[in-house]
Design a protein around this ligand. Sequence first.
Ligand code: APR
Length: 315
Amino acid sequence: MKDKAIKIACIGAGNVGATAAQYCLELELGNVVLCDIVEGLPQGKALDMTQAGPIRGYGSLCTGTNDYADIAGADLVIVTAGLPRKPGMTRLDLLEKNGMIISGICEAIKTQAPDSTVIIVTNPLDVMAWLAYQKLGFPKNRVLGMAGCLDSARMSAFIAMELNVSMKNINTMVLGSHGDTMVPLPSYTTVSGVPITELMTPDRLEALIARTRDGGGEIVRLLKTGSAYYAPAAGAVRMAQAILRNEQQLLPCAALLEGEYGLSDVFVGVPCILGQNGIERIQPLKLTDDEQTALEASAAEVREGIEGLRSLGVL
Ligand code: APR
C-alpha cells in the first residue's frame, strides 16, 4: 500500500452518500471527501461528521465540496449521486436523468482520480455500472456495482429474525441484478455452516426470499418519502473495506462479465473476490438449471436498460 493517507470520495451527499461517508469514518478507512451539487450540503454534513470524531473515537477527516477538483487523487470513489424515481416518471425517464448524472461524474473521476476504484450505487445500478465502465475507460476490475452485499444482508437479517439466531454467522449469496429478478441461492445459505434447508421449511424459505426481493419496496412503503439508506450504504462500505484493506473477501458484486456464468457484455451480480486491485477475480459457482435460467433472465433485464440508454443517446 502507499505512503500517503487513503482518500475516499463519496459523490452524492444525500442519505446513502452521507451514511457511507459516516461508516467509512467510523471504520477509519481513510479521509473522506463528500461531494454534491447542492451548495452547503456536503460542507455542512462533513463538518458535522468531523465533529462527531472526538466522541466516536475516529481520527479520519471529512471535508465537503461542490467542486469535483477536490476528489483529485482519490483511491476509491463511491457514487450515490442521482435522482429517485418520482411519481409520473417512467423507468426510461429515470435512466436518462441518472444516466446523464453518472456520465458527468465519470468525466470528473476520469480526470481527477484516474487510478481509483469506483463503486456505483446509483440506481438502476447494474445499468449505471455498465455506463460508468464505458465512460471511465478503466480496467474492468476497477468498476463495480453494489447490491449483492445489500440483498444478501437483507436475506441474512430476515433469516435471523425468523429463526431467532444471531445474524453474525449467517451466510447468504444473492446474485443477479438489484431488483425483482435478483437470484437468491438457498444452496449457498447456511447458519454456522448448517444448510438453511435443515432449519426451515421450503415454504418459509420461499417467503423470506420473496421478502428479500421486495426488501427495498417494503422500506419505501414504510418511510412514505425516500428509500433505504443505512443498509445500502453499509453494502457499499463493506466493498470499500475489502478493497482498501486488501481483504480478499468473497462478496457478491455487480461486475462486467466476459463469458463467466455464460454471460457477456453485461454487468450483473456475481461472487467476486475483492482486494487491493478491486475485483481480483470472479468466483465460479455451480448453479442449478433453474438458478442459471434466473441469472440469465436477470442479465436480460439489465441489457434492456442498456438498450434504453442507447436509445436515449446517453451511451
Ligand atoms: N453530482 C453530485 N451530486 C449530485 C449530482 C451530481 N451531478 N446530481 C445529484 N446529486 C446529489 C443530490 O443533490 C442529492 O444530494 O445526489 C444526492 C442524492 O441523494 P438522495 O436524494 O438523498 O438519494 P439517496 O437516498 O442517497 O439515494 C441515492 O442511491 O440507493 C441508490 O436508488 C438510490 O439512486 C439512488 C442513490
